[in-house]
Design a protein around this ligand. Structure first.
Ligand code: FAD
Length: 385
């Protein structure tokens, strides 16, 4: 149990993995002393539901319904944590408070920003009208319906940066290959994958692994393809480099931005991500403000595992600060990602600021680990795993 000097309020913005794990880890560290007169943990979020986003891949492919990956946010929080479903409209670090859409004002001693990242199809002309996606619940359901109707032709999957889960587009195109082969229709479908830089993934080791998979499965790819515009009527996607692909079905991973509240509060960089110290996870130049998960501007993958490792460190450091002790733990950039490779096979990568990833050969066992983690995620969210 952490000793506390005076009453402290920790406000956590966001009810995704980052915000939920910080809340639960902190509650555990205070071990039952969440009486409100000593430490109060308030989680402010935008939605009563908590959705496990890696499930969108399986929803889009028709392997599971969306509801399988949803829980009530309240059911994931340890007793004593106060849940407020009322999106934050502004953050004022000088005044030390957050104002929500309903006009309520929440003063804080410590603030954790865990408001995530979001695809922004409006950043590319024609993308919203011409492309489907799988990075939101609604998009994943729409893609499932479109795949159900798709008979033959060219499917183009374009990727823009930055985006969360850097391996998910690879998982989607490899899974589509397996999906159409399973149905005996692969010869009717041409699969094309585009990527903005000079290889098929930002991490060279992952790009090498994926390119070998693409060659083996006859998936066509094009690099240096920065999506410039889409003509939804002619069904053509154009790149800034002068490339173009006519398509029958366009699936896009649009560029991502931080939550609007970050930009509205003047706390974001040009993409709406909060400048964050890569080791301490404090908001740069901000007093008693920490940032977790996709909301940071850190040069690491925007992934649930990143949020998981960061949440543990931030909870320890905030608990130490509340107890008047030095905040000693540092984040080393650790990320862990399973990669679904189709055909019930999978691999994984683990890396950090200094350690590059080395994808293991894809196997059935690693696929099964990924499937098992999909079910165990809810324990992670509760801070048990
Ligand atoms: C298709 C897909 C596949 C993925 N696969 C993997 C994978 O295999 N492995 C992996 O590690 N990661 C994966 N990810 C990424 C992972 O889901 C995210 O990185 C993770 O959810 C980030 O957690 P977060 O808490 O930072 O943000 P989020 O989960 O996005 O949560 C943000 C929270 O902030 C809330 N919020 C937003 N605005 C406000 C506001 N104004 N006020 C209050 N609350 C607000 C939202 O309601 C939400 O609760 C995948 C993502 C997608 C889309």
């Amino acid at each position: 149990m952490v000793r506390v000097f005076g009453r402290k309020r920790v406000v956590i913005l966001g009810g995704g993995p980052g915000g939920t794990m910080v809340a639960n880890h902190l509650a555990r560290r205070f071990n039952g002393s969440l009486t409100g007169d000593r430490v109060e943990i308030v989680q402010i979020t935008a939605c009563t539901k908590h959705t496990y986003q890696p499930g969108f891949l399986f929803v889009a492919l028709g392997d599971a319904p969306l509801e399988h990956f949803e829980r009530d946010q309240a059911s994931l929080l340890l007793p004593g944590i106060r849940l407020v479903v009322d999106p934050a409209e502004s953050i004022d670090p000088q005044a030390g408070h957050v104002i929500t859409e309903s006009g309520a004002v929440y003063a804080y001693d410590y603030l954790i920003i865990a408001t995530g990242s979001y695809p922004d199809p409006s950043a590319v002309p024609g993308l919203a009208q011409g492309a489907l996606g799988f990075y939101t619940a609604e998009d994943a359901v729409r893609l499932r319906e479109a795949l159900g109707r798709f008979e033959k032709g060219r499917i183009v999957l374009t990727v823009d940066v930055p985006h969360k889960c850097p391996v998910a587009p690879l998982e989607m195109v490899l899974s589509l290959d397996a999906y159409f082969r399973r149905m005996g229709r692969r010869h009717d479908v041409e699969l094309v994958y585009t990527y903005p830089i000079n290889r098929v993934h930002s991490l060279p080791q992952v790009a090498e692994w994926a390119q070998a998979e693409f060659e083996r499965r006859e998936i066509r790819w094009e690099t240096f393809f920065n999506v410039d515009r889409v003509d939804p009527e002619q069904r053509v996607v154009y790149s800034a480099e002068g490339g173009e692909y006519p398509y029958d079905l366009l699936i896009s991973v649009p560029p991502h931005r931080g939550a609007p509240v970050v930009a509205a509060s003047g706390l974001g960089d040009e993409q709406g991500f909060v400048p964050t110290d890569r080791y301490t996870l404090r908001g740069a130049g901000l007093e008693n403000v920490y940032v977790v998960g996709d909301a940071t501007n850190l040069p690491v993958s925007k992934a649930g595992s990143t949020a998981h490792y960061e949440a543990d460190i931030v909870a320890d450091n905030v608990a130490a600060a509340i107890a008047g002790e030095p905040a000693l733990r540092r984040y080393d950039g650790k990320v862990f990602c399973f990669i679904e490779a189709g055909d019930d096979r999978g691999t994984y990568i683990e890396f950090s600021y200094t350690r590059p990833p080395r994808p293991a050969p894809a196997s059935v066992m690693l696929h099964q680990f990924k499937m098992a983690y999909n079910e165990m995620y809810w324990l992670s969210a509760r801070g048990v795993l």
